[in-house]
Design a binder for this molecule. Structure first.
Ligand SMILES: Nc1ncnc2c1ncn2[C@@H]1O[C@H](COP(=O)(O)OP(=O)(O)OP(=O)(O)O)[C@@H](O)[C@H]1O
Length: 405
């Protein structure tokens, strides 16, 4: 559905505005005068020599630090930006959510923008009429649909744009970071729709900094670094490598006592302010050692009683441990806005087989009816053994020779 070959985008960077003028005039004059031709800009490659293919029905996530070229790549795939070199080929109708509000006329109402946008994507008046109610219902922005979109909040913008994009029956859906401005209910609704579209064979390409959405939706991840394709493959292992690369120490102190905050879902209710993996300064856990996971949560509003949950995943995405304080009969008293709840989960001994692991933390109401905070996979750690082990777990056990079972 998408084929990108040796794609590159080079910008000319001028240190001062007058250099732009010099560049327009001087090289021509120098050429006329038979003098050596000078340039008054420096080249900056936002994207360089990127190649990949995406098949029908794949959901591909693009990750990378700020400025690594993700939006540039999406814009070139959607045809709104021309490449400096290389080529992009796509098949079928592309519906794209690029920059916030792009493709919308701010003076037009939501209704008018729906008609304009859907028409640009190739739908006839009758087709739009037939889908109009569905588009409005999905966007769920109430009477604002009759207001000029310049009065919309960023979340409302995205709701409407996303709703149009998914209702025009595209062959390729391209989403640049848009989901991150929607609230959690809308984000979950979008994820469901994207999953349904994927099941119908729609190809999805999206940029996100939210590694949990990435792992939930993607069949493959492309990691861009300084405009180049650094890695492509399994969402969990690539996001783990990416995550480690983002660590302040570059991951060199991977499993030594340290604290690091991963991205987390903004619920407006609470945030984890500290997450810590404690293993006494060792480079790796040994099979059978205790694992201590420390956490601090700050309430942003008055909250009821809290229970914490910790999940441990193997690096290939297999969910191995789901431990909640409620199951162990432990609750934290209802914190007031601004107050912190802290705690440690000690798994002793840690029964995981040798391998690479990641942790995720969550805080819920005691009946699990509300999630107050949820982190991405974080705190990568590894387990080693001095002896061969088999399977996913290694439980301490006692073997008895003979006797009764
Ligand atoms: N018109 C332009 N002129 C010069 N440089 C540009 C232009 N547009 C983008 N760039 C540069 O190209 C690089 C890649 O930008 P891009 O927006 O693709 O990054 P990104 O990975 O999407 O970043 P983010 O995560 O912050 O959205 C950046 O260094 C940016 O400054």
């Amino acid at each position: 559905m998408i084929e990108v070959e040796n794609l590159g985008k080079c910008y000319q960077i001028y240190e001062q505005p007058r250099d732009r003028l010099k560049q327009m005039l001087f090289p021509r004059l120098q050429r006329l005068a038979g003098m050596p031709v000078q340039t008054y800009f420096r080249e900056f490659w936002a994207l360089k020599d990127v190649s990949f293919k995406i098949e029908k029905g794949e959901a591909v996530g693009i990750i990378g630090r700020n400025g690594s070229g993700k939006s540039t790549l999406l814009q070139m795939i959607c045809g709104v930006l021309g490449p400096t070199c290389g080529r992009v080929e796509t098949c079928g109708r592309i519906a794209a959510l690029l920059e916030l509000g792009s493709g919308f006329n701010p003076e037009f109402t939501g209704r008018e923008n729906i008609y304009m946008n859907a028409a640009l994507l190739g739908l006839s008046r009758q087709e739009i009429d037939a889908r109009y109610d569905e588009i409005v219902a999905f966007a769920d922005i109430g009477n604002f649909i009759e207001q000029p979109v310049k009065t919309y909040s960023s979340g409302m913008f995205v709701r409407l744009a996303f709703s149009v994009a998914v209702h025009v029956q595209p062959d390729i859906l391209v989403v640049d970071e848009a989901l991150s401005v929607g609230d959690i209910t809308f984000r979950n609704k979008c994820i469901e729709v994207i999953q349904r579209m994927m099941a119908r064979g729609v190809t999805v390409l999206f940029v996100t900094h939210d590694l949990s959405t990435l792992q939930l939706l993607c069949t493959r991840v492309l990691w861009l670094s300084n405009g180049q394709l650094r890695a492509s493959g399994n969402p969990v292992s690539i996001s783990q490598d990416y995550y480690v690369d983002m660590l302040p120490d570059g991951g060199t102190q991977l499993t030594v006592d340290r604290s690091f905050l991963p991205p987390q879902q903004e619920t407006g209710k609470a945030r984890f302010t500290e997450l810590r993996l404690l293993n006494g300064g060792e480079a790796h856990y040994r099979v059978g050692q205790p694992l201590r996971l420390g956490f601090v949560l700050r309430a942003q509003t008055d909250l009821p009683k809290i229970v914490f949950a910790v999940s441990i995943y193997r690096a290939d995405g297999d969910w191995l441990v789901g431990q909640t304080s409620r199951d162990d009969g432990v609750f934290w008293d209802a914190p007031k806005a601004g107050q912190e709840c802290s705690g440690t989960l000690i798994l002793n001994p840690l029964c995981l087989a040798p391998g690479e692991y990641l942790v995720a933390f969550a805080a819920y109401a005691e009946d699990y009816s509300l999630c107050f905070a949820l982190t991405d996979l974080c705190l990568p750690f590894s387990v080693r053994a001095d002896f061969p082990t088999w399977g996913k777990f290694h439980h301490p056990g006692v073997w008895v020779i003979g006797g009764e079972a």
